[in-house]
Design a protein. Sequence first.
Length: 83
Amino acid sequence: MRIKVLNELWSAPKRNGAQLGLQWCRYPFEGGAHCGYCFIWRSQRGLHPDRGQAYIPKRGVMLELMQKASKAGWFGVVEHQGS
């Protein structure tokens, strides 16, 4: 399965350099592609999709990313664009 990232943004780096990201992705499935949001961690070594569901330490971090995506003009809006 090859996921295509359509939009993304990242939190400020933690002391260890890790950042939490919010992405809007296209997921190819057998019956056709579907779009949805994804939280993912990255560090200096790269992305960490192997962590499965992203650990979100506090709701403030998640809300901050959603606010940034809203200000960037794609959070919520992309759901209605059929991408």
